[in-house]
Design a protein around this ligand. Structure first.
Ligand code: PLP
Length: 409
């Protein structure tokens, strides 16, 4: 069957709700996505019928829960084409995964004179862990200069790459601009000088097929909740030979091999990084989200997002006094401002119409500085949004523009 957005929407119970008496128009998918019933059901099934801890119970129920949890790891392996499920570490989100790489690999492998490349396009979760590593190790943090449009390119990466580069830490898709970075080519550049590439793919997995072997990145992090899965769950993919020589950053139950009075030894990856009771329900929910996304199909997801984005941009261009910061983006994000109106004021206008958008710095203050804006409004579309959603968004944009012109001018 072809892509039918109305059939898709029936699977998202929240889309039947209203906000301020208006149909809910959810355009904050960059922050988190809505959850289909299949994901909620998978989590409920675990809690209602399979609640028990994993890896430790010598009884059937625990073995069933372990099968569900480890089954989710295998799904992630296949989804991102990792070589083995042992390259898949469950975390509480992209932030924890990105920090894990910096805290474990970064702190133990870097020293004064080494260079870390990142960019002003990073989410704070991608950038701050390495700012901290630079401070404590004495390594130097350098920025890949962005193009005029605000993109990371191979050429610009080359311009700051040296024999001292040890890490490149960048995003795959920007959460503000929606641009896709040339990760495969940058992985090759990193390896040409013996550096590693760690990729923040939090905004990539919701929209595009990611094949870690094809990209040849060393680490890649993402969150379940941005791709129809539950909050509190994420993944760190890492090459096994790297993971197995990295020190854990959290210590506790289930990650040990042998515990002595003075020293102890750790299990191999991924378990050495999953201390304590892991994100069991979350991982199971992520597995269901992967099934859901695969059923919808990335080609349909992208086509729908871009159709909506194109229609929105065309409508926005007919409104005077709007600045769009990322007209050429390849994913469903539009970042913009209405001249003379604070983004938070615009967000209140949208909210009154039942429309959810994000306004603020989007956890990307270096990028706001680069854009010379204190904040922006961000509308981010996903495959369950409709042309009616876009029309509602455009009508509220016109309304906000007129309202604030009357108030202030
Ligand atoms: N990286 C990017 C590009 C993001 O958009 C986000 C979330 O907005 C994160 C990292 C952090 O993800 P989480 O808050 O799920 O850990």
């Amino acid at each position: 069957m072809g892509f039918d957005v109305h059939h898709i929407r029936e699977q998202f119970p929240i889309l039947k709700t209203t906000m301020h008496g208006k149909p809910l128009v959810y355009l904050d998918n960059g922050a988190t996505t809505l959850k289909p019933k299949a994901v909620v059901d998978a989590i409920d099934h675990y809690y209602e019928e399979k609640t028990s801890n994993v890896h430790r119970g010598a009884y059937q129920l625990s073995s069933d829960a372990t099968d569900l949890y480890e089954g989710a790891r295998v799904k992630v392996r296949d989804f991102i084409n990792a070589r083995t499920e042992n390259e898949v570490v469950f975390t509480k989100g992209a932030t924890q995964a990105l920090n894990l790489v910096a805290q474990s690999w970064g702190i133990h492998n870097l020293k004064a004179g080494d260079e870390i490349l990142c960019s002003e396009l990073e989410h704070h979760s991608s950038f701050l862990p390495w700012q901290y590593v630079a401070r404590v190790t004495g390594a130097t943090l350098k920025f890949i200069p962005l193009t005029e449009e605000g993109r990371i390119t191979v050429e610009n990466t080359k311009s700051v790459l040296t024999e001292n580069t040890k890490v490149i830490a960048i995003n795959y898709v920007s959460n503000v601009m929606g641009y896709i970075a040339p990760i495969k080519e940058i992985a090759a550049l990193a390896h040409s000088v013996g550096a590693i590439l760690t990729v923040d793919a939090a905004q990539a997995l919701p929209h595009m097929k990611v094949d870690v072997q094809d990209l040849d990145c060393d680490f890649l992090s993402f969150s379940a909740h941005k791709m129809c899965g539950p909050t509190g769950t994420g993944v760190l993919y890492g090459k096994l030979d790297l993971l197995n020589v990295m020190e854990p950053i959290e210590f506790g139950g289930e990650m040990i091999d042998l515990v002595g009075d003075v020293t102890s030894t750790w299990k191999d990856a991924p378990y050495r990084f999953e201390a304590g009771t892991p994100v069991i329900a979350g991982a199971i929910g992520l597995g269901a989200a992967i099934d859901f996304i695969e059923t919808v199909g990335y080609e349909n997801i992208v086509a729908q997002e871009l159709k909506l984005r194109q229609h929105a941009i065309a409508g926005m261009k007919e409104i005077d006094g709007l600045t769009i910061f990322n007209e050429g983006a390849e994913t469903g994000i539009i970042s913009f401002n209405v001249d003379g109106v604070h983004p938070h004021d615009m967000a209140s206008i949208y909210d009154a119409e039942g429309i959810c958008v994000r306004a603020g710095h989007h956890c990307a203050q270096p990028l706001m500085k680069w854009l010379c804006q204190p904040a922006t409004v961000r509308a981010s579309f996903y495959f369950y949004n409709t042309m009616e959603d876009v029309e509602a968004f455009l009508a509220a944009t016109r309304q906000g523009k007129e309202f604030f012109s009357d108030v202030f001018f």
